[in-house]
Design a protein. Structure first.
Length: 237
């Protein structure tokens, strides 16, 4: 899995690319699309790293939205594409994620990312970046609020509060209670998906655990792929 030749290699290049792509994000449902019927094939993507061996493994897992059964899955292993810089993690992860998604034989209606979309300092987290590059509907479900503010949602499942930028007061996502009495997850729009739809999709996929099934399956699969690559000495050129 080669890194694309034109992929940013410096922080300045990556920041410039985020500024270029940010206006292309569509933070709402497609016009004329029924947000209550977002399709049955939902993908989850996640990555695992081995910085010591300069390896990243990505997984894409396609689920049936109604049954939560795994329909298809794929992985990609490669060299880490970018150094660790907060706010620029998409540049480390996306080459592998794009390869894993491309290996699926069916196209998901929506992709759920383990991370952020508009809940990002420059409003272009991995979910939004991925949506722009692929044209797919995307959303982000993160485990922490990053640098944003929120009040704790009420205890019942489905409760939520706004996730806001402390500098501007702008709502960039929502803290969502997916399990009664369990700490919330942080949902943000990626691309071609409204915030209400993103929250509803997250709750549909998190019927039994705090995290969506898409994230749970993709996390497990990418970790196994990374362990296999280390064990077999896979050459990730």
């Amino acid at each position: 899995m080669p890194i694309p030749a034109d992929w940013p290699t410096t922080e300045a290049e990556a920041l410039a690319e985020q500024e270029r792509l940010r206006p292309l994000v569509q933070p709402h449902d497609d016009p004329g699309r029924d947000p209550a019927a977002p399709g049955t094939l939902i993908a989850g993507v996640d990555v695992a790293y081995d910085d010591e061996h300069d390896l990243v493994a990505a997984a894409a897992v396609l689920l049936d939205r109604d049954t939560l059964d795994v329909v298809e899955q794929a992985t990609a292993v490669g060299r880490i594409a970018f150094p660790y810089v907060p706010g620029l993690l998409a540049f480390r992860e996306l080459p592998a994620v794009l390869d894993a998604l491309a290996a699926l034989t069916r196209t998901p209606e929506t992709v759920v990312c383990d991370g952020y979309g508009l809940a990002h300092p420059r409003r272009l987290g991995l979910a939004s970046h991925l949506g722009i590059l692929t044209g797919l509907r995307t959303l982000g479900v993160a485990k922490t609020p990053f640098t944003f503010d929120h009040h704790e949602p009420d205890a019942p499942r489905g409760s939520w509060t706004p996730l806001t930028d402390p500098a501007t007061g702008e709502e960039v996502g929502r803290a969502v209670r997916t399990r009664a009495g369990v700490k919330p997850v942080f949902v943000s729009v990626g691309h071609r998906t409204g915030l209400d739809t993103a929250v509803r999709t997250t709750l549909d996929l998190a019927r039994h655990y705090r995290l969506p099934e898409t994230t749970r399956h993709a996390d497990s699969l990418c970790r196994r792929a990374l362990a296999d690559a280390r064990r077999t000495g896979t050459n990730a050129n």
